[in-house]
Design a protein around this ligand. Structure first.
Ligand code: NAI
Ligand code: MG
Length: 498
């Protein structure tokens, strides 16, 4: 039987304590079926360790623990105290930033500096929702002189949270902060590619004062534990971030079981539009960051770059130079901006998109190749000479690959910007205020950035139009997904017709 805790090393922290079990009821346990799975370091393709795998039976156990907490002690915890626990959890994230970030860099492959940024943002998110916990209020609604009505915003109940591997800790915080602030309980399943940081974060849950069963963290596969969550009869809500294909399956599973509430944060193919009056150097730095940040593994990645005709030649030259300067390599090396892709599967998917692009007649301006022979490193890649119908322009690649093309007018920019089934994000680069606002108004996307990119903030709602999702995360808007309104109507005037 594998251990529930092991000593692991990262190049940054030396030895640390890595839990490997399932975190249920504030305790570390093994899966009922006794299964484990291997965790891979994407930088060198070695096995880091094995973790315990949750199957359907473990999901049942975790749901019972969560339900018991929801019906029992958690209901009686005052909102202010829930807030205090979330704030404490945020403090603990910050106190443990070095180890949390190092584990993230080891398992996911992102640069240590970026991982530290994720930890800071996760702490910011948890603290922000800690602040909301005692500010979730209903209303008094006056309908007649002999009635007293009020509404309450009540928690939904047991929330099954399924997260991806691109921002393991950040997604952990997005899925826990608003749910807990609103008084729900949580069972979170991390992605099978990156289970380690979520388990280290789980060690902080009891320290922050959460009663047993309020936050449960399991490792496991989508088709097993993930499917068990989305079809479970005693989970009241499922929140998912990941592929659109799986998002559809989750909706179906919810529809086929107990009609649990569903929120989805799915893919994107976001346009990054540069007008001729933009500050070109700023625009290039944001276009570069827009696609290559997190190795292109962002649901909101600015993967379609559109540049106004008159500046196109100058822009592409400078953008190429900028992309070629991005330091790709060891996540633990101080200068690294881009690490490896997360897995062999993702690496293969991206390389096949690159081959497809070439076959379809697009031109590789820069990149297009693997770097080295060990680890899933891919050169920052730019495709030009593309047409709107090409696969590389229409489908989410989820790697360091963008396409670039020209447009003539504002109308054309809006029309090609919206020429996608997705609608997660978009950006406009211009120094003209009217252009910025007019184009932002017309783009069908949940977030529009002007003269910036990928600058998410926990106070600002984030989510998709069209096939990019349902519901919003972050900001006050996320609380709507974790509360349900109860109306209480009190008759003051005696009997009907009386
Ligand atoms: P995925 O959608 O399969 O995985 C995301 C999460 O869903 C993981 O926790 C996984 O275990 C779970 N899952 C998988 N199948 C499930 C099922 N049937 N029921 C319940 N949960 C399930 O994504 P994958 O395969 O890792 O990546 C494929 C593509 O998805 C990427 O190339 C990218 O285009 C997109 N993606 C988008 C993300 C986003 O942030 N919106 C994040 C990760 C992937
Ligand atoms: Mg890994």
């Amino acid at each position: 039987m594998a251990d529930l805790h092991i000593k692991l090393k990262t190049p940054h922290t030396g030895e640390y304590d890595q839990p490997t079990g399932l975190f249920i009821n504030n305790e570390w346990v093994r899966g009922v079926d006794g299964k484990t799975f291997e965790v891979v370091n994407p930088s060198d393709e070695t096995i880091i360790c094995s973790v315990h795998e949750a199957t359907e039976k473990d999901v049942d156990i975790a749901v019972s623990a969560a339900r018991k907490a929801f019906n029992g002690p958690w209901r009686k915890v005052a909102p202010n105290d829930r807030g205090r626990m979330l704030t404490k959890l945020a403090d603990l994230f910050e106190e443990n930033v070095e180890v949390l970030a190092a584990v993230e860099a080891l398992d996911n492959g992102k640069a240590l500096a970026m991982a530290k940024g994720d930890v800071a943002a996760a702490a910011g998110c948890l603290r922000y929702y800690g602040g909301w916990a005692d500010k979730i209020e209903g209303k008094v609604v006056d309908t007649s002189h002999d009635t007293f009505n009020y509404t309450k915003k009540e928690p939904i109940g047991v929330c099954g949270q399924i997260i991806p591997w691109n921002f393991p800790l950040l997604m952990w915080s997005w899925k826990i902060g608003p749910a807990i602030a609103a008084g729900n309980v949580v069972l979170i399943k991390t992605a099978e590619q990156t289970p380690l940081s979520g388990l280290v974060a789980a060690t902080l849950v009891a320290k922050a004062g959460f009663p047993p069963g309020v936050i449960n963290v399991i490792s496991g596969f989508g088709k097993v534990a993930g499917a068990a969550i989305s079809s479970h009869m005693d989970i009241d809500k499922v929140a998912f971030t990941g592929s659109t294909v799986v998002g559809r399956q989750i909706m179906k599973a919810a529809a086929g079981s107990n009609l649990k509430k569903v929120t989805l944060e799915l893919g994107g193919k976001s346009p990054n539009i540069v007008f001729e009056d933009a500050d070109i150097d700023n625009a290039i730095s944001w276009v570069n960051f827009g696609i290559y940040f997190n190795h292109g593994q962002c649901c909101c990645a600015g993967s379609r770059v559109y540049v106004q005709e008159s500046i196109y030649d100058k822009f592409i030259q400078k953008f190429k130079e900028r992309a070629e300067k991005n330091a790709v390599g060891d996540p633990f090396h101080g200068d690294t901006f881009q690490g490896p892709q997360v897995s062999q599967l993702q690496f293969d998917r991206i390389m096949s998109y690159i081959e497809e692009g070439k076959k379809e007649g697009a031109k590789v301006e820069t990149g297009g190749k693997r770097i080295g022979t060990k680890g899933y490193f891919i050169e920052p890649t730019i495709f030009s000479n593309v047409t709107e119908d090409m696969k590389i322009v229409q489908e989410e690649i989820f790697g360091p690959v963008c396409t670039i093309s020209k447009f003539k007018t504002q109308e054309e920019a809006i029309s090609i910007g919206n020429n996608t089934t997705y609608g997660l994000a978009a950006a406009v680069h211009t120094t003209n205020l009217n252009t910025a606002i007019e184009v932002s108004n017309e783009l069908r996307a949940g977030t529009v950035w002007v003269n910036t990119y990928n600058t998410l903030h926990w106070q600002l709602p984030f989510g998709g139009y069209k096939e990019s999702g349902i519901g919003r995360e972050l900001g006050e808007a996320a609380l709507d997904n974790y509360t349900q309104v109860k109306t209480v109507s009190i008759r003051l005037g005696g009997a009907l017709f009386g």
